[in-house]
Ligand binder design. Structure first.
Ligand SMILES: Nc1ncnc2c1ncn2[C@@H]1O[C@H](COP(=O)(O)OP(=O)(O)OP(=O)(O)O)[C@@H](O)[C@H]1O
Length: 281
């Protein structure tokens, strides 16, 4: 069974069409990235998938229609959205205890999950006194407490420092290795390339590309070039064509080559090629 299946999903707010003909599937156990600039409709799509908003078309999680999700379906889903649901005055432990009680699970899991997100030392710290990165990790801890099969993460590392971002990435890869399906939105193309098995590019409410990050980069690699760093720190860019082979061979023979690699576009450039706009605009 697919973790997520969308067929012709659309959504309008009044006159404004925010999503149109959105269709794709997510396999169980993959990390999927929905990429698009601000206002593209990413959060709206997550809200439809989590039953918080009704749209047109068909949307399913684990075969269940998203407008009919019940308690047992919600037990399989975890979410990290803007509205964090964290109580500032309660410490980290008690914040999680609230949810352990709601889910009726063993409270032994709290210590384990605090460890997973690197907050064991902050167990007794009120959430209001945590740094932004720590708070984000607490929100993530809350979302994975009941070990959901499907995790929705709306910009999980936005505005966080590189160390916290790295620890969140490691946690997401660990969750995937344990079989969790992850649906994330991001503006960060490096994050998407590093983590995602598949990505969809959303532009003005429509999916304009879908595929593996590497595959998409190669597909739009119109200017396939090779960059060669030589000893005097000079960078030589050559088209990846047979007629340049002799030149490259000569540089190798002269012992000049420090490094050589093919230069493919990144997802940011793919998006720019398709829309004429960057993702951060
Ligand atoms: N409840 C609402 N009522 C009216 N318009 C809305 C509502 N929610 C979202 N929109 C509009 O729908 C569009 C898509 O918003 P959405 O939040 O889904 O974008 P996004 O891709 O998640 O953006 P960001 O990256 O900034 O979070 C925006 O133009 C937004 O103004």
């Amino acid at each position: 069974m697919k973790a997520v299946r969308l067929v012709n999903v659309g959504k309008s707010f009044g006159e404004k069409e925010v999503l149109r003909n959105v269709g794709f599937e997510i396999e169980e156990g993959e990390i999927f990235g929905l990429l698009g600039p601000s206002g593209a409709g990413k959060t709206t799509l997550i809200r439809i998938l989590t039953g918080q908003l009704a749209g047109f078309g068909e949307a399913f999680v684990f075969g269940e229609s998203c407008d009919r999700l019940k308690e047992n379906n919600y037990r399989e889903i975890g979410m990290v959205m803007d509205n964090s649901g964290i109580y500032e005055r309660l410490d980290c432990y008690d914040n999680l205890k609230l949810f352990v009680n709601i889910y009726k699970i063993d409270k032994k899991i709290i210590e384990e999950v605090l460890g997973m997100v690197g907050l064991s030392a902050e167990k007794k710290t009120p959430a209001g006194k945590l740094s932004k990165g720590m708070k984000q990790r607490l929100i993530l801890a809350r979302a994975i407490l009941h070990r959901p099969k499907l995790l929705f993460l709306d910009e999980p590392t936005s505005g966080l420092d590189p160390a916290t971002t790295k620890s969140i990435h490691e946690l997401l890869l660990r969750l995937r290795s344990e079989g969790t399906t992850i649906f994330l939105t991001t503006h960060n193309m490096e994050e998407a390339t590093k983590l995602c098995d598949n990505v969809a590019l959303l532009h003005e409410g429509k999916i304009i590309e879908y595929g593996r990050p590497g595959q998409l980069c190669r597909k739009y690699n119109q200017e396939n070039k090779i960059s060669i760093l030589i000893k005097n720190e000079q960078l030589i860019m050559l088209a990846n064509l047979p007629e340049n082979a002799a030149r490259i061979e000569e540089l190798f023979k002269q012992g000049e080559v420090v490094s050589i690699h093919s230069s493919e576009p990144d997802l940011e450039q793919v998006f720019l090629t398709l829309t004429g706009r960057g993702l951060e605009e």
